[in-house]
Design a protein around this ligand. Structure first.
Ligand SMILES: Nc1ncnc2c1ncn2[C@@H]1O[C@H](COP(=O)(O)OP(=O)(O)O)[C@@H](O)[C@H]1O
Ligand SMILES: [Mg+2]
Length: 346
């Protein structure tokens, strides 16, 4: 393991904090800490980097505990949301600074800085000052500075959240490319689920200072481990159902009771797993009325008001939607769902 976090806990005087944090990251993996603002992502990341002293637990990098080491002695480096460049220094000096401290020979520093700038697509920017750069360019310099320190683990705390949407997309792709070229191990913090889904080898979903699920992006999407994860990642419908032996019943519909639940359940259903039929099929479907049709490029989001179950959203083929006018009576069926016990809904 390149990085292991064991039973990490940190509680601030206010009572907020994190606990029971266990993470194992392999060499070359890009793992994202994902969760809403205030859930404890930065607390975990700063503990790994040594900027914060946890109450208990251990942090191992390449098998060695670093818990007693100050940040500058740890084999980590951190990229912050605010780029933290020195404004009175040129790009070159910003990048060379850490290497000079490490007493790297001048010629080697020159080559290393050149290579790092090439990696972040800023070749030739050596003489510029931070104020002459755009936000995206400054963040690239900050990233290059961290890469130059050749850390065993690179820590990134919402590094792109100050950038506009288009630039954020570009930076994601670049970071992925850099990671593939360098094979660096990275822990990336974000509150943006789309960013996490697109970037990560694995995602750690956090909620209220705890880890809810650690899994590959597709698995987090297809098999959310909790109602919280189900609601946080992607769009989701929630319907009331009843578990009866082998099946979960939602009105007329019966779906497999894969987890062997009992009694009242909440069924989490992706909009792409909802079918809407222009005939009200009686037994096989839930009755409803089309409430809204939104064409979203190659697909449409159709909102149906179900008689017994309230609003349900479906992603449907654009061509099919032409038959579905607002107010039309329809039948709704469900091809796949994930069930959760009702008392879990906190
Ligand atoms: N220095 C601090 N003193 C007291 N509370 C803090 C401190 N830093 C963070 N917190 C609280 O701890 C919780 C987790 O914060 P943080 O790790 O920054 O979350 P995130 O990065 O996910 O937004 C929040 O409720 C936050 O208000
Ligand atoms: Mg934070």
């Amino acid at each position: 393991m390149q990085l292991s976090v064991r039973e990490l806990a940190k509680r601030y005087k206010t009572g907020d904090g994190v606990s029971g944090i266990n993470i194992d990251i392999k060499k070359g993996e890009l793992v994202t800490l994902l969760g809403p603002s205030g859930c404890g992502k930065t607390t975990v990341l700063r503990s790994i980097g040594g900027f914060l002293e946890p109450d208990s637990g251990d942090i191992l990098i390449e098998g060695k505990s670093v818990i007693q080491l100050p940040p500058e002695k740890r084999p980590t480096s951190m990229v912050f949301q605010s780029y933290n460049l020195w404004s009175h220094m040129s790009v070159y000096d910003n990048l060379a600074f850490g290497l000079k401290i490490r007493k790297m020979p001048k010629e080697e520093i020159r080559t290393a800085v050149e290579d790092a700038l090439k990696l972040v697509r800023l070749s030739g920017f050596e003489k510029k000052y931070p104020a002459e750069l755009s936000g995206g360019q400054q963040q690239r310099v900050a990233l290059a500075r961290s890469l130059l320190l050749n850390p065993a683990v690179l820590l990134l705390d919402e590094p792109f959240s100050a950038l506009d949407a288009k630039l954020r997309h570009e930076m994601r792709e670049e970071l992925r490319e850099i990671q593939m070229k360098t094979g660096l191990t990275m822990v990336f913090v974000t509150h943006d689920q789309e960013e996490a889904l697109s970037l990560s080898d694995r995602i750690i979903v956090m909620n209220h200072g705890r880890i809810e699920q650690i899994a590959h992006p597709q698995q987090i999407y297809d098999e959310p481990a909790s109602l919280y994860v189900a609601g946080f990642i992607g769009k989701m419908n929630f319907l009331k159902g009843v578990a009866e032996g082998e099946s979960i019943r939602i009105g007329h519909l019966r779906l497999p009771n894969e987890k062997g639940l009992n009694g009242q359940v909440t069924a989490a259903v992706r909009p792409e797993d909802v079918q809407v039929s222009s005939t009200t099929m009686g037994e096989g479907a839930l009755a409803g009325k089309v409430k809204q049709v939104m064409i979203l490029g190659h697909y449409a989001e159709v909102t149906v008001e179900l008689v017994e179950f309230g609003i349900i959203r479906a992603f449907l083929n654009k061509e099919f939607v032409e038959q579905l006018q607002v107010g039309k009576d329809v039948g709704v069926s469900i091809s796949k769902m994930t069930g959760f016990p009702v008392d879990e809904s906190n």
